[in-house]
Design a protein. Structure first.
Length: 230
């Protein structure tokens, strides 16, 4: 996209460096890193799982302050971790052994086809797009919205009659606040799988995303989903 789909946040972000105490591999054991990634059940992992970070690195937990068994295979996560050492078993694997300090689920959905039957449940309430970026097959958003106690639903929809052969493909970010109050500001991350936009014989798909905020201002940005062999 012209201003927001610039691969923001796809790297691992250094969030704290508060000690000079180093482990045997030269990492400060109190440094913490934060990154988005995909959580996979992995028998070769130290705790039966591994996380493929958006920056291409793989991290294998060998210690954790959170219960990792609650996460399902192929979950989208935002993870805070401390590096304990390099993975050295294979030159093909780039990454680290880590301690998980905290981890949270990130909503991961596909693109929904808008129909007369689901129009009401999808809703058309305001939503604020603070940031957006592409990572592989995923289109990621940082969103703001207002609410109270009700559950809110976020969807990325393809309009009726819209085909992936007509480009840019028109997509709309839709919000259903379920009649909630607007008392409290909330923020959320959500990721959408763009795989259904792949066109045989091409290596990329152009798309446009729109959304409407609380002032009635239209958010509209274009992007290019490049398959990269995925």
């Amino acid at each position: 996209m012209k201003r927001v789909l610039s691969l923001l946040c796809t790297g691992v972000i250094l969030t704290a460096m508060v000690s000079c105490s180093l482990d045997e591999d030269g990492y400060a054991i109190t440094d913490m890193w934060v990154g988005f990634g995909m959580y996979y059940l992995d028998a070769t992992g130290g705790m039966g799982c591994s996380i493929q970070l958006d920056d291409g690195n793989r991290i294998i937990p060998v210690s954790s302050d959170v219960y990792l068994g609650r996460y399902e295979d192929s979950s989208r996560v935002l993870v805070n971790y401390t590096i304990l050492g390099d993975i050295v078993r294979s030159e093909a694997i780039q990454g680290y052994y880590v301690k998980i300090n905290s981890m949270r689920d990130i909503l991961l959905k596909g693109i929904l086809e808008l129909t007369w039957a689901n129009e009401d449940s999808i809703g058309n309430d305001p939503i604020i797009v603070r940031n957006a970026w592409l990572t592989g097959n995923l289109l990621n958003f940082e969103l703001k919205y207002r609410g109270g106690n009700n559950i809110h639903y976020i969807n990325l929809v393809k309009k009726p009659g819209e085909t992936i052969h007509e480009q840019p493909v028109e997509l709309e970010l839709r919000h259903n606040d379920n009649g909630d109050t607007w008392n409290i500001p909330f923020a959320a991350f959500v990721s959408f799988d763009l795989s259904v936009l792949k066109v045989e014989g091409r290596d990329s798909t152009r798309f446009r995303v729109t959304a409407t905020d609380y002032d009635g201002t239209l958010y509209s940005e274009e992007g290019v989903y490049t398959y990269n062999g995925q």
